[in-house]
Design a protein around this ligand. Structure first.
Ligand SMILES: O=P(O)(O)OC[C@H]1O[C@H](OP(=O)(O)OP(=O)(O)O)[C@H](O)[C@@H]1O
Ligand SMILES: [Mg+2]
Length: 175
């Protein structure tokens, strides 16, 4: 069966929610600088759009972590493919992710990053699938809670495709 993408969250809804999150984060971090950490590759589109809506001073760093490879199921093994360039000590860190699914990636990553002694560490995710949680993760800012379906777009891939879609969609016709 050919793959078909059904819209789950439209471009307009995503844009509106990112503006709201930007306002909220700007208020919460008033008087501070925020050090945004993008979890590559999926987090990159959300990171760019969110950073543009934050009005306190922002610095950025990037980390690449992978557990899904080209599959729709997590391998269960989290691999750091690229580490951060800068130390985190004393910084107010905001981790930016596209999705929390089983929670394996972020529970692992937050443990690793907490050991680097940031002044504070919060997590912002565009999407959350709470029904799928295997590992507990404290999420501070969520764009949308979504049902247990494999989604693509806005950074999320299926076999590395569809990251560039400007909306969140569900791939139909995939096992
Ligand atoms: O909560 P989990 O079940 O761990 O799933 C969430 C993680 O999986 C995806 O990354 P992926 O491993 O596909 O890497 P990618 O961002 O490069 O696509 C996504 O971007 C999250 O990082
Ligand atoms: Mg992926």
């Amino acid at each position: 069966m050919a793959e078909h993408i059904k819209v789950l969250v439209s471009e307009e809804e995503v844009d509106k929610r990112i503006r709201e999150l930007g306002e909220l984060i700007s208020k919460d971090y008033a008087g501070k600088d925020v050090h945004m950490i993008c979890v590559l590759k999926g987090g990159v589109f959300f990171m760019c759009e969110l950073a543009k809506r934050i009005t306190v001073p922002v610095s950025m760093d990037f980390m690449s972590v992978s557990s899904y490879g080209d599959d729709t199921k997590s391998s269960g093994v989290v691999r750091i493919a690229k580490d951060l360039d800068e130390p985190l000590e004393g910084k107010d860190v905001l981790i930016v992710e596209d999705i929390i699914d089983s929670g394996r990636t972020l529970s692992y990553l937050m443990k690793v990053l907490q050991e680097r002694k940031p002044a504070s560490m919060r997590l912002c995710t565009l999407l959350d699938k709470p029904d799928r949680r295997v590992k507990m993760v404290d999420v501070d800012y969520t764009g949308f809670n979504i049902p247990d379906e494999f989604v693509v777009g806005y950074g999320l891939d299926y076999a590395q495709k569809y990251r560039n879609l400007p909306f969140i969609g569900v791939v139909e016709g995939v096992e």
